[in-house]
Ligand binder design. Sequence first.
Ligand code: PLP
Length: 396
Amino acid sequence: MSIISDSLKRIKPSPTIAVTQKARELRAAGKDVIGLGAGEPDFDTPENIKNAAIKAIKRGDTKYTAVDGTPELKKAIIKKFKRENKLNYSLDQITVGTGGKQVLYNAFMATLNKGDEVIIPAPFWVSYPDMVLLAGGKPKIVKCTEKEGFKLTPKKLKKAISKKTKWIILNSPSNPTGAGYSKKEVNDLAKILIENKKIFILSDDIYEHVRYDNFNFFTAAQISKLKDRTLTMNGVSKSYAMTGWRIGYAAGPKEIIKAIRKIQSQSTSNPSSISQAAAVEALNGKQGFIKTRAKAFKDRRNFVVKSLNSIKGISCLTPNGAFYVFPSCKGLLNKKTKIKTDTEFVQTLLERANVAVVQGSAFGLNGYFRISYATSMKNLKKAMDRIKSFCENLNI
Ligand code: PLP
């Protein structure tokens, strides 16, 4: 009999973390590897946020807090939703966790029974299906093609719904594609969800503040007929370059929020008191950082998209947000290149060109790969040169 539980056997380690780890190991072994696998901003946390944390330590904010977040942070989150999304919530509709990841995990643990289905549009963030499996649910993967802009269509949504559907996950702008759903697109999906009154909507808005070209952010809870069934998850990791601080939050139905708190009270308790104080400053303090940073990301996005599209065999859509592109490598998977799959493509790229990216199949769509451009322009230039000469050599 194995010491490891059956539920753990259902899942696999995060492939994006595995790629980052592999790149780290190769670098430690003396190889000049450029890592384009990690999903975190390379910018430092703004000074005012760091100072708020230092002040919190000096003030003695070093004890347990309420399990689901301090009243100060919850109030800052309520203000954020009002200011940025025109959404009103009360304190008992907000929960704070150790990163958005914990909030999502707790939400599934709190709500899924064996066999409950969760509709997950692919390409998806790697953790969704495994979290659902761990909680005993069943991921219902719906593939969204490049032609569809990697976005779920009302037709496909309708087809995916069954009596067992409990949740649908919407993530805009998306990891791994950067695709964002317009107000019209969210409304079109909402028409179907309004008819299906038992389905809950999990809106992962973590990339809300990383968007370009005046893309208008719109979230499911803004549709009044869906608000009571929507759990909106967000956090400070990507918006304020605070990945290591581990603060994420959600707003939604009181019953779910209370259930999440119950799980948290028996697992991790409150997120770090210092990080919570820092998050209060992030949400209430000056917001200029968001714009400056988005401009830098936009320059990088433009450069990366243009470079990739100049390579024979590679094609790449221009995303609305996040810091990822999801190019196709299908043009290079053939007998001539002797590369059959996207996984082989990224492995060969790492071995021969020392560039680490993640295969599309890890995100539920074969024939693609994900590049994170949350790294310096210098690194990106070097990486694009290497990818180009690698691909050109394959074509010979
Ligand atoms: N959702 C998506 C789509 C993400 O890409 C990530 C992080 O990579 C998260 C949620 C979780 O972020 P965090 O736990 O840092 O708040």
